[in-house]
Design a protein around this ligand. Structure first.
Ligand code: ADP
Ligand code: MG
Length: 252
């Protein structure tokens, strides 16, 4: 297993948001996390990344066989974690280009390496755009594409995507999905696939282009149901989250 979460309970600003989360993701797998607004999906991501506001009151997080529950965010990132945020902050004074250089281990004085340059082109960012401050005045779609570009620079072994398709038009969802597939090693044969991920999606449209191995529904601070992504998504569309987690399979 690449990531194992055991009986995780989390408090944010004095409020219990997660109470008993169990989740395991193996190398090469992509899992989807679904759930109503406010269920705690983003909280789970922030906790896996170790943001200080998110207090683990019970349970543990194991990454690459190591207990990381008490490690700093920087240490977790060094171990190979990455994230594309739902609402990342703007960073005044730091250009997209310089951030990409930092993330791909380049010096600021050097030209952006050709690999990153061509990936930026692919994600429709021209030279002028790369000179802009990170996320400052970006449109919803530009923010999401910029998050994906940064992940392509970092090449994490485990990546969390928090609603990479929200606020993005259909054409750009396909573009983002293509790069998610690169980040998740989908171009490789299953037996050779190493990189893994966890994807939060609100509408599920992106799953037409990114194939997931397993889906989970987070409700009331717990994983209420897990299973085949297509079946779960259909059930949610027909019966809503409540109806889905009350199905025979989940209440057995
Ligand atoms: P989701 O991503 O599933 O929509 P969130 O994890 O963002 O849900 O939020 C879950 C609950 O935790 C919400 O009630 C939200 O208000 C609360 N919460 C999350 N982060 C914070 C925070 N930094 N400060 C206060 N409350 C928070
Ligand atoms: Mg969220």
């Amino acid at each position: 297993m690449l990531l194992e979460i055991h009986n995780l309970a989390v408090e944010v600003e004095g409020k219990q948001v997660l109470k008993n989360v169990n989740l395991s993701i193996a190398e090469g797998e992509t899992h989807v996390l679904l759930g109503p607004n406010g269920a705690g999906k983003s909280t789970l991501f922030m906790t896996i990344l170790g943001f200080p506001k998110y207090h683990v009151t019970n349970g543990s997080i194991i990454f690459k066989g190591k207990d990381i529950t008490n490690l700093s965010t920087a240490e977790r990132v060094k171990l190979g974690m990455g994230v594309s945020f739902q609402n990342p902050p703007a960073i005044r004074g730091i250009s997209v280009e310089n951030l990409l250089k930092y993330e791909s281990g380049q010096n600021e004085e050097d030209e952006l390496n050709p690999r990153m340059k061509s990936l930026a082109d692919k994600l429709k960012f021209n030279d002028d755009f790369l000179k802009r401050d990170v996320n400052l005045g970006f449109s919803g779609g530009e923010v999401k594409r910029s998050e994906v570009l940064q992940l392509l620079a970092q090449r994490p072994d485990f990546t969390m995507f928090d609603e990479p398709d929200s606020g993005v038009d259909i054409e750009n969802v396909e573009l983002i999905a293509e790069e998610l597939n690169v980040i998740l090693d989908k171009q490789k044969k299953i037996s050779e696939r190493k990189r893994a991920g966890l994807l939060i999606t609100h509408l599920g449209y992106i799953l037409n282009f990114v194939k997931a191995d397993k889906a989970h529904i987070l409700m009331n601070g717990e994983i209420a149901c897990s299973g085949n992504p297509d079946e779960i998504l259909n059930d949610v569309r027909e019966n809503g989250f409540k109806g889905c987690v009350n199905c025979a399979q989940c209440t057995q």
